[in-house]
Design a protein around this ligand. Structure first.
Ligand SMILES: [Zn+2]
Ligand SMILES: [Zn+2]
Length: 254
């Protein structure tokens, strides 16, 4: 029987703790969503290597979500015979970021050909295929173009929502309606900032409100404030009881 799984590669915010990485996730053991500072190495600690990857999917092109991309491309590029990797992300930025990663590697010093990477730029409100997943995108509210992804595993019918970084945006409850597992940022922790166009992130209570309104199965908070884990979980569970704080390396079967 096929299963739908998500493994937390990293769970932290912009500057991760030494034993963690920025929020990033492996879907069905072959699609990496976001690419933290040390993705290639951190994947190893979770039982993977970049050679397992067919896809890297970026929620947005803030540095903490793509810094590890050059390492992943370098690792994959050394593979013989060459594998194929597709990097998916917001259409406005993804070509530039993959181009910069390739330039930084300096493939001309490694071998004659460039890295064999396909780039797929995606817009909000699109439906695309990523391997066995049908994926719907929605616009986030963040200083750079960002996408909230809704993954449906065509084999199992299970659904996973991933917010990326976003301000509190009530419309995302509709996008994530009824997903089995929702992974949401909670960068502001216990601080419920007033909802204005200038906010960039969510508090835990705002994330829990989205989960409740969407009627999801389980909520996992990431990109948050680890020092306040217990208080943040308690606050979120008052709004949405099925809220969890994942650990790096944790593998969840949806
Ligand atoms: Zn971030
Ligand atoms: Zn960001």
């Amino acid at each position: 029987m096929p299963q739908t799984t998500l493994t937390f590669i990293g769970t932290d915010a912009c500057i991760p703790q030494s034993d963690n990485d920025t929020a990033s996730f492996m879907l069905n053991d072959h699609a990496l969503v976001d690419c933290g500072w040390n993705a290639a190495i951190t994947m190893g600690e979770c039982g993977y290597t970049p050679l397992d990857l067919d896809y890297v999917v970026l929620t947005h092109c803030h540095q903490d979500h793509y810094l590890g991309l050059a390492g992943v491309l370098f690792y994959v590029g050394l593979r013989e015979p060459q594998g194929r990797l597709t990097v998916v992300g917001p259409a406005e930025d993804i070509e530039r970021v993959v181009g910069c990663a390739n330039a930084y590697i300096g493939w001309e010093y490694v071998r004659s050909e460039q890295s064999d990477v396909e780039v797929m730029g995606v817009a909000p409100d699109e439906v695309i295929q990523i391997g066995e997943f049908t994926v719907k995108t929605a616009r986030t509210q963040h200083p750079v173009p960002g996408l909230a992804y809704r993954f449906e595993d065509n084999r199992t019918g299970k659904t996973i929502g991933i917010s990326g970084d976003t301000a509190y945006l009530p419309a995302l409850a509709e996008h994530f309606e009824g997903v089995d597992m929702l992974v949401y940022e909670a960068s502001y922790g216990l601080t419920d900032l007033e909802v204005t166009p200038n906010t960039d992130h969510c508090s835990a209570r705002q994330s829990a409100t989205i989960a409740r309104e969407a009627g999801v199965g389980r909520l996992y908070l990431v990109h948050s404030v680890p020092e306040a884990e217990a208080e943040i979980l308690a606050a979120a569970r008052e709004i949405f009881p099925e809220t969890y704080w994942p650990q790096p390396g944790q593998r969840v079967t949806v």
